[in-house]
Write a protein that binds this ligand. Structure first.
Ligand SMILES: *Cc1c(COP(=O)(O)O)cnc(C)c1O
Length: 442
């Protein structure tokens, strides 16, 4: 919807909404929030006036599970009733054969990388826009995170760029389903199969998502989830790693449990690992939370898609892109401003949104992962990086560039979408976005 040079989109909207009000086609309430009315930032009326209902995350199911847990004589995970129940419910959501509960999403990813047999100097391709937990395990296994660029509006790995960054040292790919938006797993799986690579899915933000109808986590070789407090379902801190691949699945338990194989109880250590176990109290809460997941995921998907549809025609911004056959669960919603299409910078855009009552903030992480000082200085282990000192890698993070990822972080605007919001509330968020975009559009 590009306006012609003589008549801007804003003029058009002003003229048309005034005409609609005059013709009584807009109620006074709607006209107050029409895109051209005065911004709340400039003393105009606030668009989002409805207060949010309280956000209730836990209650009876969690209480009942904790009560049952307190009746046990052991709170240890191995064959514990709460852990067993959690795994059973997890399999209903993500039907994978081998499932290991653990202390965090970071732990799940570390276990996955270790079970995948990633060796010192091996390269693991992943996204530069993610929680640093995605790469912590890679670095602890003395492997090398390689960052590939992202899709402009999906904010997920661009399969073509992933393929360009494959070398003889590449061992695995970790697609991150950012915001719960599924990566293009068909393309990534094809690349992984062609080059003999292991696909480890980072599903930490993607509880309940579906890629082309498949439960998230079932298209790769190993799936990793987080139960940290900010995720859709949580037990404060926790994680789970799972696989149906017989090469990796049987190793997950021991890499989360000091290297000990509790099935064979060997006694002698053939390998060792750290202790990433999750105890029964966490499993009790997590199991109860999983009973809420389908409802949470359905609501979030509907609300996020609604927001996208309602702002699709707004000038100067680009909505979050989701494949129509996927279910994105919007851990957060992120639109992008087009600086060349707006007469304001992102900071002012966000300020104007906040004044309208929109829970919005600029960007996500401050810089792509490789831009952090620890990467720029290659100082992962007491200021040093043994794999580089021993020539197992020539990686130089000061030379890494992922232009689209950098642009996404510079132009992204995050909007909170949560399951307790009503559709009406989300429509008012969209109205506010359209009003602000309409005001600043060139
Ligand atoms: C939260 C998160 C992690 C890490 O999970 P923790 O439980 O906080 O360790 C990893 N990757 C992504 C994409 C995340 O959002």
């Amino acid at each position: 919807m590009k306006p012609n040079s003589h008549f801007s989109r804003r003029d058009f909207l002003a003229a048309s909404s005034a005409a609609l009000v005059a013709a009584n086609l807009l109620s006074p309430e709607e006209s107050a929030a029409a895109p051209t009315s005065k911004l709340a930032l400039h003393g105009g009326e606030k668009t989002v006036r409805e207060p949010l209902p309280p956000f209730v995350r836990w209650g009876e199911p969690e209480r009942a599970q904790l009560e049952a847990m307190l009746g046990q004589d052991s709170l240890f995970y191995w064959q514990g009733p709460q852990t067993t129940l959690f795994i059973e419910r997890f399999r209903e959501i993500c039907p994978l054969e081998h499932v290991m509960t653990c202390s965090s999403g970071t732990a799940a990813l570390h276990i996955a990388v270790a079970a995948a047999g990633v060796e010192p100097g091996d390269e693991v391709i992943t996204s530069p826009i993610t929680d640093i937990g995605t790469v912590i395990g890679v670095l602890y296994q003395q492997a090398v995170p390689v960052f590939a660029d992202l899709g402009r509006n999906t904010y997920n790995l661009d399969p073509a760029d992933v393929e360009r960054r494959i070398t003889p040292k590449t061992k695995a790919i970790i697609p991150v389903h950012l915001c719960g938006n599924p990566c293009d797993m068909q393309a990534l799986r094809a690349i992984a199969d062609k080059h003999g690579l292991i696909l480890i899915e980072d599903c930490c933000q993607a509880w309940g998502a579906r890629d082309r109808g498949r439960p998230i986590g079932t298209s790769g070789h190993i799936a990793c989830f987080s139960l940290q407090n900010s995720k859709h379902v949580t037990c404060g801190d926790g994680g789970v790693v799972a696989s149906s691949d017989e090469r990796f699945g049987p190793l997950l338990q021991r890499f989360g449990d000091k290297g000990l194989d509790r099935l064979t109880r060997g006694g002698l250590f053939e390998s060792f690992a750290t202790n990433y176990r999750m105890s029964e109290p966490q499993a009790a809460v997590a199991a109860a939370q999983l009973s809420r997941l389908e409802d949470i995921a359905t609501r979030r998907a509907r609300l996020g898609n609604l927001l996208s549809e309602a702002i699709a025609d707004a000038a100067g911004i680009e909505p979050h892109e989701v494949h129509p056959d996927d279910r994105c669960v919007y851990w957060f919603y992120m639109l992008r401003v087009r600086p060349e299409g707006l007469r304001c910078d992102r900071a002012e855009f966000v300020k104007a949104l906040a004044a309208e009552g929109v829970p919005a903030s600029a960007g996500y992480i401050p810089v792509p992962l490789y831009g952090n000082p620890v990467f720029q200085k290659h100082g992962f282990f007491a200021g040093r990086w043994p794999v580089k000192e021993h020539d197992l890698t020539s990686m130089d993070y000061t030379q890494v560039s992922c232009p689209e990822a950098e642009a996404i972080l510079d132009t992204g605007v995050r909007v909170v979408v949560r399951e307790h919001m009503s559709e009406k509330y989300v429509r008012s968020l969209a109205e506010a976005v359209c009003k602000v975009a309409g005001h600043y559009a060139t």
